[in-house]
Design a protein around this ligand. Structure first.
Ligand SMILES: [Zn+2]
Length: 234
């Protein structure tokens, strides 16, 4: 992939509909970029790709490096090259918005990607535990998520900001996953407090979307559930 192009496999709408049985292999996903986020088959945990490794962030604060053959039903990745890198202090999750708004290539209508590395005074992450039955939608899977609080933890955020108009294809607004510096814990970020570190930011105007060719994807009636996405991915 060219630098700062975005590659996405499947759609958030498909995740919401529970179309998560199979997908792209980790090996194929690694050829698409150097950082990204997503989930695993049957929504067993959160995915974070960082510099040639795909990490599976599991409930109860465990992680593993994914096998090349693991199936990824949804992921968004980019060949990230920061266009600007600055030192920042983030009071809360919303502070990311202000940092991105201050980036001189910012526009509400293009994608933004970023990587933050630093220390978090407080951090709240969730990990989905996985489907309890075939086809269980994300809105239900999310109700049984594992939530973990951390204090004074070092680590990395991989994040994407997608324009509002793309809701349902992507997660509109911020979508961030975290991996600790020692790579032992991580998850989808719900809240953060008083983080200090370095953020690299880039805009992206090239988006490549690959849709699943599975029978399940073809047969599922996809719909936009704006409220549901905000509840589970906010
Ligand atoms: Zn997530």
């Amino acid at each position: 992939m060219d630098e700062n192009h975005i590659y996405q496999y499947s759609l958030v709408n498909a995740l919401m509909a529970g179309v998560v049985d199979s997908g792209l292999s980790v090996q194929d996903l690694l050829s698409k970029g150097n950082q990204g986020i997503g989930t695993f088959a049957h929504m067993r945990g959160e995915l974070l790709m960082l510099d040639g490794e795909v990490h599976q962030l599991l409930a109860e604060g465990k992680t593993r490096v994914a096998d090349e053959s693991d199936q990824i039903p949804y992921a968004v990745v980019t060949q990230f090259v920061a266009q600007e890198t600055i030192e920042v202090q983030l009071k809360s999750k919303d502070s990311i918005e202000k940092v991105l708004d201050g980036f001189n290539k910012h526009s509400a209508n293009v994608f933004m990607t970023y990587r933050f590395q630093g220390n978090f005074r407080t951090l709240k992450c969730r990990t989905v535990k996985g489907q309890e039955y075939d086809g269980q939608p994300l809105s239900e899977v999310g109700k049984n998520q594992h939530v973990q609080d951390y204090e004074n933890i070092e680590g990395t955020i991989v994040g994407f900001r997608s324009p509002e108009i793309w809701q349902g294809f992507f997660v509109a607004g911020e979508h961030m996953h975290f991996l600790s510096a020692d790579k032992t814990v991580g998850g989808h970020i719900l809240e953060l407090g008083d983080a200090k570190g370095t953020i690299g930011v880039a805009t992206s105007t090239n988006v490549h979307i690959e849709l699943p060719s599975s029978q399940k994807f073809n047969e599922t009636k996809l719909a936009l559930d704006n409220t549901g996405i905000r509840a589970v991915e906010g």
